[in-house]
Design a protein around this ligand. Structure first.
Ligand SMILES: Nc1ncnc2c1ncn2[C@@H]1O[C@H](COP(=O)(O)OS(=O)(=O)O)[C@@H](OP(=O)(O)O)[C@H]1O
Ligand SMILES: [Mg+2]
Ligand SMILES: [Mg+2]
Ligand SMILES: [Mg+2]
Length: 393
């Protein structure tokens, strides 16, 4: 028997997540308000069923990833043709999300644009790793206990990974999945995210970001997370309904909001942890022009969007090296999480991000994200910095 978990997203007007000290207070405020709240978001908005399915899929996949991360052995890392490390967790997470979405939304046609495919896993030397992934998926589903199912075979797992071969585009519904965003962070034992979004007619209408290693408290000004910090955040957003965060371990959701900082001198900015992923000289020029005083906060993956959505920092700068093409699964979930929290995201020319063009984002130069008040200043600093950098080449 399929047990569907009803996930009620309670409307918690005017509450926002601000600081270390206030998180527990917010949880209790939420509990108090939600118990007397007669109109829940879920009653009035569409995509309720899809959001519940996405939260379920990302949370279960996060459990699989956590298990693998703690047991990570060198032999789990395969080399793909692009030399990026791909672990059993990337494939396992993609298979699980695909299986759970299809179980939860069984009456609907299913289109998934996802990062991984089964090509490498179908090779003769991948038999052992495929068996390991299959066992991981079966064990994770079985310990979750929500579904009655006969164990999946290796062929089932390959098929579920390959159900992510859709190209997306401007028409219809497409799920967009990065089964582990920030694989390098994952392998290092740092930040990563399971990032799942839904596109409808080319627009992102919902997104879920599971960040198993992100502290529940703000990371603003924290150089290193203490070992007893509570970690594991699930961010979720639906178009027109705001952004919420709850603990991956289970808690009432709290509404989050980007920072209201207006003075760039008080702003801090996020960028990729991996130096190879961004032009750091350009980011530091932009920060200098803006008058940002704080050093960059470098964390892996779309956890940056999640942290930004709750005001841990004010700006995200992403300027890949020339020739790199951004993929929609690296931004779709993060984009709606931050924009529904009051953030603004654009390319370096101020154009909105367009998720309707297929697997790739068609961008000018880079991606910038901040609040509405800082965006005009940021955009000017970005354009001046790009011009200056180009003229000195
Ligand atoms: N050269 C280059 N430039 C820019 N971006 C790249 C590049 N190579 C990879 N990627 C993509 O970056 C994704 C990881 O996100 P971040 O760059 O934010 O995090 S990190 O610093 O790599 O940890 C990462 O996502 P995952 O592959 O899902 O980990 C990549 O899609
Ligand atoms: Mg990614
Ligand atoms: Mg990935
Ligand atoms: Mg990758």
């Amino acid at each position: 028997m399929l047990i569907r978990r009803l996930v009620t997203v309670r409307s918690v007007e005017h509450s926002s997540y601000c600081s270390v000290a206030s998180f527990s207070t917010y949880l209790s405020v939420c509990r108090r308000r939600s118990s007397c709240c007669s109109s829940s978001v879920s009653c009035t908005m569409s995509y309720h069923k899809e959001l519940a399915a996405a939260k379920k899929a990302a949370s279960v996949a996060a459990r699989l990833c956590q298990k693998v991360q703690t047991e990570l052995l060198k032999s789990d890392v395969q080399s793909k043709s692009d030399k990026s490390p791909v672990t059993v967790a990337d494939y396992g997470s993609q298979a699980l999300v695909s299986i759970i979405l299809q179980k939860e939304l069984s009456s609907e046609s299913f289109s998934l644009v996802a990062e991984e495919d089964s090509g490498d896993l179908r090779k003769d030397d991948a038999k052992e790793i495929l068996e390991r992934i299959t066992k991981l998926v079966n064990d994770t589903l079985s310990s979750d206990g929500s579904y009655d199912f006969s164990p999946f075979s290796t062929e089932n797992i390959l098929a579920s990974i390959d159900s992510g071969k859709s190209d997306g585009g401007p028409h219809g519904r497409h799920w967009v999945l990065d089964p582990i965003d920030g694989t390098k962070g994952f392998v290092r034992g740092d930040q990563y995210a399971i990032a799942l979004a839904l596109l409808e007619e080319g627009k992102v209408v919902l997104g879920v970001l599971a960040c198993p290693n992100l502290p529940l408290e703000s990371i603003a000004g924290v150089a290193k997370t203490s070992s007893d910090a509570r970690v594991g955040c699930l961010f979720f957003a639906k178009v027109g309904s705001g952004t919420y965060m709850e603990s991956l371990g289970g808690s009432d959701p709290v509404k989050v909001h980007v920072t209201e900082v207006e003075n760039p001198e008080e702003a801090s900015f996020f960028e990729s942890f991996e130096a190879a992923h961004s032009q750091r000289d350009l980011s530091s020029l932009i920060a200098e022009k803006l008058g940002v005083k704080a050093p960059p906060v470098r964390i892996d993956s779309q956890a940056k969007y999640g942290a930004l959505s709750r005001g841990d920092g004010a700006i995200y700068l992403r300027f890949p090296h020339k020739g790199y093409r951004e993929k929609i699964w690296d931004h779709a979930a993060g984009y709606i999480v931050v924009t529904e929290a009051g953030g603004v995201a654009s390319d370096a020319s101020g154009n909105p991000l367009d998720f309707s063009k297929g697997k790739y984002l068609d961008l000018d130069t880079g991606i910038i994200v901040t609040n509405g008040k800082l965006m005009p200043l940021l955009l000017k600093a970005v354009q001046d910095s790009i011009n200056e950098k180009t003229s000195t080449l």
